[in-house]
Design a protein around this ligand. Structure first.
Ligand code: UN1
Length: 522
């Protein structure tokens, strides 16, 4: 681009920034996007909009409709109308659309990853992993089109056949977070679709472009009109209207504990199915007999990967005293080697956090940890050197000598901050690990198989890792947690289908006479 042109308009400047920061990627500029309702791309009824910007450098990415109740109503009507036909499409055919979708994601993996590095901020390797998780889910749930297994059982009566089958429920409201902007929508929408439901999708306002790309590809894969609809906007307007709409029968939300409780209450009157995936305060236990270098690798990856913005992030490290000093030294050194930067730069280890509010919250926990008497070993500050002040960067932060009941060891921070908690024994470690309100993921590093099995039994979480960090769930096992992490449901695996289907038990009596169960059994 010639030099003079560079100064012409603000838009030109943004385009130039895109060109500089996203090598190999088609320029997006600040395109204006729309909702997708009943097969058409439409503005919000109010005409209002909001902007998506990059947490890495503040560049504008897109303008989106700031929707409200009327938009949700239209989308729900479209989804409801489409359900009548979609539920009758043979499940293997529905699955074939998911296979095509998986292939489209695979074809566009690099572009989507580049976009994710810009819009959400995660580093490219992780962004590719996020897209890969959705590809895996597409093929896994596509295959469900030929399974959707139910049970057949013998009858207690002669000449009688019985079975249970999964039935779709209707319109599903999908509310997703920004931290896995492609993977998490796939966890919710693909099982819902293969089971024959229709969808109204509200992507996070921090990652609307990725949400809209997801829907575009679903449409390209061949989903009929109205089966999936996207309504952009905030949780207060769009999310709440979805949760309250009488025709939305299922809500699947990944978000904060507070939002989860509010959704559950709002959905109670309508007796909706509500699936909640909420917070975590995940711990890695390191015992005296552990491979310490392996443990350090696991901790660094789990505490600072995705800038600590995973529900599964390790924000506590519970260490047996025999190795505490050595582990602390190795961990601090490893954390200080991490390079902060934009996610699309090759040598970046840790990208930005999602927005200014998140940055402030994370930094406030550094103050809280200090005030509680924990020892700040490294980090604890906003990074602003070398142009990082254009985005939201926080130094990987480690607190030492943390007591299990301190706030930094109890509350979800959702940033690159972790707390080292010294303990004397496995029992004490498990007590500390379980002594929080959340129960998503846990891990233990030990070479003792007996201790590993005790941890597998006694750690009160939905996911436990042995000799690995707290992150890295695969799509074909259930994902979710105990206690305040959710309300008993699971995503991924076969368990996901339970959220999006009703069981129907069917009895076929071919005896030609009235046979009474429990009575005519002799
Ligand atoms: C999340 O943080 O909400 O196991 C999802 C993991 C990823 C998914 C995390 N596969 O960390």
């Amino acid at each position: 681009m010639p030099r003079a042109e560079r100064r012409t308009t603000q838009r030109g400047a943004r385009l130039l920034r895109n060109a500089l920061y996203t090598p190999g990627m088609a320029l997006l500029g600040t395109k204006t996007y729309k909702n997708y309702i009943a097969g058409e791309w439409v503005d919000a009824v109010s005409g209002e909009t909001f902007e998506s910007t990059s947490p890495a450098n503040g560049e504008a990415i897109g303008t989106f409709p700031l929707s409200g109740e009327e938009d949700v109503e239209r989308a729900v009507d479209a989804a409801k109308a489409a359900f009548d036909e979609w539920r009758l499409v043979p499940a293997p055919k529905r699955g074939e659309i998911l296979f095509r979708f998986g292939q489209l994601l695979a074809d566009q993996k690099e572009d989507l990853a580049q976009l994710m590095a810009r819009e959400m901020g995660k580093v490219l390797a992780e962004a590719r992993g996020d897209v890969q998780e959705a590809i895996d889910m597409s093929f896994y749930m596509g295959g469900e089109g030929r399974r959707l297994f139910g049970q057949t059982t013998p009858s207690e009566l002669r000449d009688k056949f019985q079975m249970s089958v999964r039935m779709p429920i209707g319109v599903v409201g999908v509310i997703t977070p920004w931290n896995f902007p492609i993977a998490i929508p796939s966890w919710k929408m693909l099982p819902a679709l293969v089971a024959g439901n229709t969808i109204v999708f509200k992507p996070a306002t921090d990652t609307p472009t990725l949400g809209e790309r997801f829907v575009e590809l679903l449409v390209e894969a061949g989903l009929p009109t109205g089966v999936v609809n996207v309504v952009h906007g905030g949780g207060g307007a769009v999310g709440e209207a979805l949760v309250r709409h009488p025709d939305v029968r299922v809500i699947s939300l990944t978000g904060s504990r507070e939002t989860g409780v509010a959704v559950l209450k709002a959905a109670a009157e309508g007796l909706k199915h509500v699936h909640l995936e909420l917070g975590g305060k995940n711990a890695i236990i390191v015992l005296d007999d552990a491979d310490l270098d392996l443990a350090v690798d696991g901790i660094v990856w789990s505490a600072f990967g995705t800038s600590g913005q995973r529900c599964t992030a390790a924000s506590r490290v519970i260490v047996q005293r025999g190795v505490y000093a050595e582990l602390q030294g190795k961990l601090v050194a490893a954390a200080e080697r991490l390079r902060l930067g934009a996610g699309w730069e090759d040598d970046t280890d840790v990208g930005p956090v999602i927005n200014e509010q998140a940055l402030e919250k994370i930094h406030s926990y550094t103050g809280i940890g200090r005030d509680e008497g924990a020892k700040l070993l490294t980090g604890g500050e906003v990074a602003s050197d070398n142009g990082l002040d254009r985005g939201f960067y926080y130094r990987p932060t480690i607190f030492g000598d943390v007591e299990p009941d301190m706030r930094i060891a109890q509350e979800e921070i959702f940033g690159p901050t972790t707390a080292l908690i010294p303990v004397d024994s496995l029992d004490e470690a498990i007590r500390a690990a379980n002594g929080v309100k959340y129960g998503l993921s846990s891990s233990i590093f030990t070479r003792d198989v007996n201790k590993a099995f005790r941890a597998m039994r006694d750690l009160d979480t939905g996911i436990t890792y042995i000799n690995a960090g707290t992150i890295g769930a695969e799509v074909h096992l259930p994902f979710g947690g105990t206690k305040d992490t959710g309300n008993g449901h699971r995503e991924a695996g076969q368990a996901a289908l339970d959220v999006f289907t009703e069981w129907k038990s069917i009895y076929v009596d071919y005896s030609g006479r009235l046979q009474k169960a429990q009575i005519d059994t002799d």
